[in-house]
Write a protein that binds this ligand. Structure first.
Ligand SMILES: *Cc1c(COP(=O)(O)O)cnc(C)c1O
Length: 390
């Protein structure tokens, strides 16, 4: 089914589970926990993995297989496994491949829950983590030790919208023989394919732009076959698997990922350009604005600039809060990648308890705001921002 000659949109739409005897056009939902066997020999061969088929939905399921196959086609990956959430994907990937005594080098600008996993749980399994600042990638090599197993990063980062050069990270990993693991959630497989730049594993929270409509949770890890095999063996024992229903929803969502993401990016760029010229805005960060410090790298590794814009309102924490109180249409929420435009004020919400130094390192100031550009008409989004800024 993986026809390399086909384009992204075609693969997203035409990668489908085999049709049943009913010749349905749209893939049905296979809500079944288990599968049956013809005889003892078939059951034996299936469990011995001599025969490729579904056994039990904790292991695999037709809807989940379709979703995984689509993501593999989109990312140019050999293999994958789907999870109940993005965090289940992050945790299971680490838990399956790391041993007690291993060391991880991670960017400090990673998703909050991932950071929490590194700091609150890794130490009790004797896994150590060292951090590099997103804008000081030249320090990465000095952090690598003989027991370093993973180099981990997200790009663009959350919520600072900084960019990291994937080719540069990959060269370090090759030199030191460590695995490059990228959380590609902000970019989606449509905008950026880390495997092309040398990543070994790519993780997604499917909850964000992959679903795109704020309905279901999901996660997926794709990459090298032998690594995914380890992740699969761990996951089929521990049970973080994606539900067939969520896989069905997400598989349908992937069919429109390209057209939706094109529009998200178009709206985000227009928002960024509008904010850049507004007198009450101190700075704006968007990967495809020429003023972005890593504009050239963003252009090299991304198809478009993504759906997230970061900016700072004049007036510090009060300026940020007042901007929020005056927003009328956009949603005040911590989520992102929805059809609805979402504004977040990290300093008073998601990062309220984070020390000032750490906040500064990940690009958060008191007045900084993150916008996840939705699919409403751009004129209505900008009108809401204008009245809230005034
Ligand atoms: C949301 C998110 C996650 C976690 O995904 P869930 O589906 O919420 O568990 C991980 N990484 C990034 C970058 C995210 O934005």
């Amino acid at each position: 089914m993986k026809e390399k000659s086909k384009q992204f949109e075609t693969l997203a739409i035409r990668t489908q589970t085999e049709t049943t005897q009913f010749s349905e056009h749209s893939v049905p939902i296979y809500l079944t926990s288990g599968f049956v066997f013809d005889d003892a020999e078939e059951m034996r061969a299936s469990f011995a993995e001599e025969k490729q088929r579904d056994l039990y939905s904790r292991y695999s399921n037709p809807n989940v297989n379709e979703f995984v196959e689509k993501v593999c086609a989109m990312e140019g990956a050999e293999s994958g496994y789907a999870f109940a959430s993005g965090m289940a994907a992050v945790f299971s990937t680490f838990a399956a491949l790391l041993n007690s005594g291993d060391h991880v080098v991670s960017c400090s600008s990673v998703f909050g829950a991932t950071h929490g996993l590194f700091t609150n749980y890794f130490p009790k399994w004797n896994i150590e983590c060292s951090y590099f600042n997103v804008n000081e990638v030249e320090t990465i090599e000095s952090l690598i030790k003989p027991n370093t197993k993973f180099l981990y990063a997200e790009t663009p980062t959350n919520p600072g919208v900084d960019i990291i050069d994937l080719e540069f990270l990959s060269a370090i990993c090759k030199k030191h023989n460590i695995l490059l693991v990228i959380d590609n959630c902000f970019a989606t497989p449509y905008l950026q394919n880390p495997i092309k730049f040398g990543a070994d594993l790519v993780i997604h929270s499917a909850t964000k732009l992959m679903d795109g409509q704020g309905r279901v949770l999901g996660g997926v890890t794709v990459g090298k076959k032998e690594l995914i095999r380890e992740i699969y063996l761990f996951s089929r024992l521990t049970g973080p698997s994606m539900s067939p229903f969520n896989a069905w929803v997400l598989s349908k969502s992937l069919e429109t990922l390209a057209v939706r993401t094109d529009k998200h990016c178009e709206n985000a760029l227009k928002i960024a350009e509008f904010l850049e010229n507004h007198p009450k805005v101190k700075w704006v960060k968007y990967p495809f604005l020429k003023s972005h410090p890593k504009y050239d790298i963003a252009k090299k590794q991304m198809r478009l600039g993504g759906s997230i814009v970061a900016f700072e309102v004049e007036g510090g924490i009060e300026g940020g809060r007042s901007f929020f109180d005056n927003i009328k249409m956009c949603s005040l929420s911590a989520n992102l990648g929805d059809t609805r435009t979402i504004v977040t004020h990290p300093a008073s919400t998601t990062h309220a308890k984070v020390e000032a130094e750490v906040k500064a390192a990940v690009g958060i100031t008191d007045g900084s705001v993150r916008i996840s550009a939705g699919l409403e008409h751009i004129d209505d989004i900008i009108a809401d921002l204008i009245q809230a800024l005034n």
